[in-house]
Design a protein around this ligand. Structure first.
Ligand SMILES: NC(=O)c1ccc[n+]([C@@H]2O[C@H](COP(=O)([O-])OP(=O)(O)OC[C@H]3O[C@@H](n4cnc5c(N)ncnc54)[C@H](OP(=O)(O)O)[C@@H]3O)[C@@H](O)[C@H]2O)c1
Length: 311
């Protein structure tokens, strides 16, 4: 089968399309013919070595497709080696795809949808009227998080880097869209000098300090990614100085640890899509051979919404 493999860590150029033997499903696994691969920023960290990991490796963890032999349609967010034509998925991590939902939308929605779901409902339970700062609001997680926070009555202040992205954030429900330059000041202005109740920051190094400064006293800083690089070591006294702030660094695996929690969140995401309450924007479709270009576009901030690969 064809797969996207890395033999060393580095830039997009280390990704090569190779012919490798198809995986064999273990006793508690399903062998799946991959219809759509979901591209996530975490794939960049896996490729560039931020996650460590043995080599050579086939990258990617998210997709949707049909179980070989039975045709049952499933999606997944945590099956290693998903940038491929076939993948072995742990049975207890396979999410059934409801009738009426395409493989493409399932693969586009699941990882970023579950992430946005847990961030807005569990990491911080967004309440009616709260001021919520969301960075990169036109990105994959950003567009979904903006919609879910808005659904819960939160007032979204969004950052984006271009006018086109600003328009998408507005369409997703953002009440205010601002640029990154001096965003703390803008957030203070937009919240009568008080600051945001919560900041969702997947950008990391470039925004972290200003994100903390944008919070109201006892506000919550949710650092959930590092698209611009890792946040350096941090003195906890800064939280006291900032107004007895909370800081958390959540990861999807701890918010979908049991099968029950995984399926509960997936059910909400799929139901909202079916009802038209959550819109999925596929910002780019690439053949498997062009995975490199997908990563280049993602890292150059040229993308909006979700990118998928079609094996
Ligand atoms: N912890 C978790 O459970 C979890 C799960 C899923 C994703 N994440 C994290 O969530 C973040 C978003 O992931 P995603 O897959 O949805 O990606 P994405 O948001 O679609 O793409 C990244 C976006 O970040 C913004 N950005 C700002 N500075 C950047 C820089 N220096 N380089 C690249 N991008 C920059 C860009 O938007 P602008 O041009 O508008 O700034 C860019 O489009 C990532 O940090 C990812 O690791 C975390």
């Amino acid at each position: 089968m064809r797969a996207v493999q890395i033999s060393e860590h580095g830039g997009p150029e280390v990704m090569e399309v190779v012919d490798v033997p198809a995986p064999e499903a273990g006793p508690d696994q399903l062998l799946v013919d991959v219809a759509t691969v979901g591209v996530n920023y975490r794939d960049v960290y896996e490729r560039n070595g931020s996650y460590g990991g043995g080599l050579p490796a086939i990258i990617g963890v998210e997709g949707a497709g049909a179980v070989a032999g039975t045709g049952e349609r499933v999606a997944w967010v945590s099956a290693p080696a998903t940038y491929a034509e076939q993948v072995a998925v742990d049975s207890d991590r396979a999410v059934p795809v409801p009738e009426g939902l395409s493989d493409e939308v399932a693969a586009a929605a699941l990882l970023q949808g579950i992430t946005a779901h847990y961030l807005a409902t569990s990491t911080h339970e967004v309440r009616d009227g709260e001021n919520v700062l969301i960075h990169a609001a036109a990105g994959g997680v950003g567009l979904l998080l903006t919609q879910i926070v808005t659904m819960r009555g939160g007032r979204v202040i969004a950052t984006t880097s271009t006018d086109e992205k600003a328009e998408l954030a507005r369409e997703a429900g953002a009440a205010e869209v601002i640029g990154y330059d001096g965003f703390t000041e803008r957030v203070k202005e937009l919240t009568a000098g008080i600051g945001a109740d919560v900041v969702y920051d997947g950008v990391g190094a470039a925004t972290f300090d200003e994100s903390l400064a944008s919070l109201c006293p006892r506000g919550e800083m949710v650092l959930f990614g590092a698209a611009s690089g890792k946040v350096p070591p941090f003195d906890p006294m800064r939280l006291e100085h900032g107004g007895s702030l909370y800081l958390t660094r959540p990861g999807i695996r701890h918010y979908s640890a049991t099968r029950e929690e995984l399926l509960d969140r997936a059910r909400d995401v799929f139901t909202w899509i079916a009802e038209g309450a959550l819109r999925i924007r596929i910002g780019g479709r690439y053949p498997l051979e062009e995975a490199r270009r997908a990563h280049e576009d993602l890292e150059a901030r040229r993308t909006t919404g979700k990118l998928v690969l079609l094996p």
